[in-house]
Design a protein around this ligand. Sequence first.
Ligand code: C5P
Ligand code: C5P
Ligand code: ZN
Length: 491
Amino acid sequence: MERVGMHYSERHQDLKGFEDAVKDVADTVLSSSHVTIVGHVDADGISGASIASIALERAGIPYDIRFIKKLDDAEIAAINTRRSDTSWLVDLGSGSYSKFTADRVCVSDHHLPEKDAKAKGRSGQADLLSYAEHHANPHIFGIDGSTEISGAGVAYLVAKAIDARNVDMAPIAVVGAVGDFQDSAECRLKGLNRQVLEDAVEEGKMAAIKDLRVFGRETRPVAKMLQFSTDPLLPGLTNDAVACQRFLMDLGVPLTEGEKWRCWVDLTEVEKRSVASAVCEHLLKSGSGHWACKRLIGEVYVLKQERFGTELHDAKEYSTLLNACGRYGEGMVGLRICAGDRGEMLEKGLNLQRNHRGNLADAVGLVKDLGVERGRFLQHFHGRTEILDSIVGIVAGMVLGSGEVPSDVPIVAFAYSEDEKVKVSARATRELVQKGIDLAVAVKAASEKVGGTGGGHNIAAGATISIGREGAFLEEMEKLIETQLSGNINA
Ligand code: C5P
Ligand code: C5P
Ligand code: ZN
């Protein structure tokens, strides 16, 4: 099994403790007269905030919602001086927990908490329970928040503790988990995510099926789906439109049906089997090895109540749609889609997604032109003002997975943000995490060393630093990654 959550996985899992923390958040929220939900702008944060808002709506508790990119000092000050009596932070907050001075700040998050936060708990006591006051984060209880439960998952558990009927929102929590790549390590959801999935399946709202894991099963023409596959990378097919079309035609799989391009879900079972085994054979022949074949097939999650052949029918595609809303400051559009709007908001979301796709393609092209600079234990690029800070992390992940740069060291990406700072995004691979790399720890330490802030997960982390500090940040990162690889993680 993959070695993840290095600092927590060795600890005993305290599920009961986590459950109590979830209940504490639920009770606090339930006894509120007005709640401000503060959600993170990505797919997981939007799914989580929509679950939180529906739970409050059903409980008859007035609320308002804000989506934010990051918890900076201004946001923390806003939370500490807010007007409503309770704040409910979704998919963020754990990294800054000790900075909340107001009462009734509820945090449901899955990011790595502050290292020494236990000692700095609000009540000033060093015990875990006082630290866990209104703070539901799996990491605190020895559960790996990078793979076993997402921000939306934690919000869902809180919602379920508020009212058992909220179990009907389980599929949205699965969308959040998949949006944060929590199914990626084992090609299926695991840990507490499986319980969320079971709720969704039992409700009759979701199916977990074994299928091709390549993105775009429902809405991308099959040849395009293969062309854009990066997990696994299909040598000779990825990035080559003509080769993909020929590959399918050689197998006798028609690309179109009348006027319409056929998507993966339109293929017959026989055609699907034939394409899957041909791709597998192709992978083995191209030397990608058995493990790439294994990543080809896995669990995919279908939202049974959504229309077949649409972005909302497949959890992964759904999450990408939400991401496309959040990353352009339209988190509320995503939230309305989660809440069931299939009219104007869905239309708006789909437009944002088209725009997002174009931006990503442009950004990846730009990085190709710029080149990625290789250091000893890292590689990096700088998007400056050319790549939006809100998507530079996604771009970094795409570049690292593209097969066009080495994947034996993590990638660090920079872009200027609107507030005249530098947004940093770092991405690693599962193999690097297995070797001991924890980007959350490294990015947090390196950014703090240069006067910034950061955090995240072992495989994906981010930070904000001042303009001009990029070189110093990289130097720190080089040292930290070297130390992590040498196995001396506490040095
Ligand atoms: O803020 P949050 O924890 O929700 O973001 C997690 C991010 O990590 C995802 O948006 C995704 O871009 C990135 N990630 C990744 N590869 C993984 C796991 C996560 O790129 N295997
Ligand atoms: O922004 P990006 O996609 O690179 O973020 C990767 C991970 O790092 C996310 O989980 C995000 O919440 C986290 N992050 C953070 N502090 C920042 C920026 C990102 O904890 N300043
Ligand atoms: Zn998340």
